[in-house]
Design a protein around this ligand. Structure first.
Ligand SMILES: Cc1cc2nc3c(=O)[nH]c(=O)nc-3n(C[C@H](O)[C@H](O)[C@H](O)COP(=O)(O)OP(=O)(O)OC[C@H]3O[C@@H](n4cnc5c(N)ncnc54)[C@H](O)[C@@H]3O)c2cc1C
Length: 331
């Protein structure tokens, strides 16, 4: 291999595996830049860099078996769905095992990468310790900066003068103690956060703009993805669409369907979107800990300066008899 110098942006799972693969190919002149202080990326909870989106009670939604690299298993005794701390420790142990810490340049934020006329890139980076800026030339560049760290905000007409927080900045439930909380969304973070705040809030409501599939973490005693893979291995000759249909039927049999929980029915087949894996949301709904709400149409502050959010009635909700247009958050 001709001597080449490679910059890797990010020391999360993708940066680490890139460094390992390059080193195994004999390319060892590597610099793994990371704005954080440790390896592990999104799994380094509360890192000063603000990159991580995990919160205090996050457990992975893909099971241990299907969340590990093929050459490094989770330690014996790890639960089916490890916590973010166990996942971060796993990435640390991976870096340790394959001697990847030697490439890490912690607390360095890459600001710009400029192609050089003769090939390669000039990487401009800033030290997060003394804020000094530097430039360095590299022959190749690996971008492994993650895809969950930039919050995407919805745009609703009207105004809302209460406190608004993106799930990226949610870290723990304690600040929601005794407060009225509306969680918007049906993805994994939204459902996890609704369950967590419902334990301490005065009231937690969840607004969905459409139906989402809620896959329980365990199906017939199997971790959901474990079962899916077992079926794929044994019945691989059955087309994927049919297997997913069978899983859909199993989920409906287990839960009784969304209508029983006041939720909109999914308008797409299971597998067409990223699944929401959660075993506590439906339980909390039927225990009155969380109240389901339809989509938000607009926000306003009424005469008494109280917040009101009006739900939009959509087809999926009408089918489930959820026709009420009452304020989402009553004063
Ligand atoms: C709440 C949550 C739960 C999740 N649960 C699961 C799950 O159960 N299973 C699953 O498979 N996936 C899950 N994911 C997806 C998650 O993105 C992946 O697990 C994984 O972390 C992606 O790895 P990555 O290396 O691509 O990015 P990241 O882990 O995000 O790492 C990117 C790294 O790049 C660094 N970086 C970024 N920009 C710069 C810069 N300009 N300069 C220097 N450094 C920079 C960051 O500091 C970070 O360390 C979850 C994500 C979230 C947010």
């Amino acid at each position: 291999v001709p001597p080449i110098r490679v910059a890797i942006i990010g020391a999360g799972p993708c940066g680490l595996t890139s460094a390992k693969a390059l080193a195994e190919a004999g390319i060892t002149d590597l610099v793994m830049f990371d704005r954080g202080q440790r390896v592990g990326g999104n799994w380094v909870f509360d890192d000063a860099s603000g990159h991580s989106s995990v919160f205090e009670t996050t457990h992975i939604i893909s099971s241990r078996r299907y969340s590990s690299f093929s050459d490094h298993a989770f330690p014996e005794g790890t639960p089916d769905y490890p916590s973010h701390r166990e996942v971060a420790a796993y990435f640390e142990s991976y870096a340790e095992r394959f001697d990847l810490h030697r490439y890490l340049r912690p607390s360095t934020l890459v600001l710009r990468c400029t192609p050089r006329p003769e090939g390669g890139f000039v990487v401009r980076w800033r030290s997060e310790i003394d804020h000094s800026e530097h430039e360095e030339a590299f022959d190749k560049l690996v971008v492994a900066n993650g895809h969950h760290w930039l919050p995407r905000w919805p745009d609703y007409p009207g105004t809302f003068s209460g406190e608004v927080l993106h799930s990226h900045d949610y870290k723990r439930a304690a600040p929601f103690t005794g407060r009225r909380v509306l969680v918007i969304g049906g993805g994994n973070s939204a459902c996890d956060i609704a369950v967590e705040t419902s334990r301490v809030s005065e009231r937690t409501e969840i607004s969905w703009r459409r139906g989402y599939w809620i896959v329980p973490k365990f199906v017939f005693g199997w971790a959901a993805d474990d079962l899916n893979h077992a079926i794929a291995q044994r019945l691989g000759w059955i087309p994927l669409a049919w297997r997913l249909k069978a899983l859909e039927v199993a989920v409906k049999l287990l839960t009784g369907g969304h209508g029983r929980y006041g939720l909109a029915a999914p308008d797409h087949p299971l597998g067409a979107t990223h699944p929401t894996v959660n075993s506590e949301l439906l339980y909390a709904l039927r225990h009155g800990k969380i109240t389901p709400r339809p989509d938000i149409e607009r926000l306003w502050v009424d005469g008494a300066l109280r917040q009101r959010l009006i739900g939009r009635v959509r087809h999926g909700h009408r089918r489930n008899g959820l026709q009420d247009q009452s304020p989402l958050l009553r004063p």
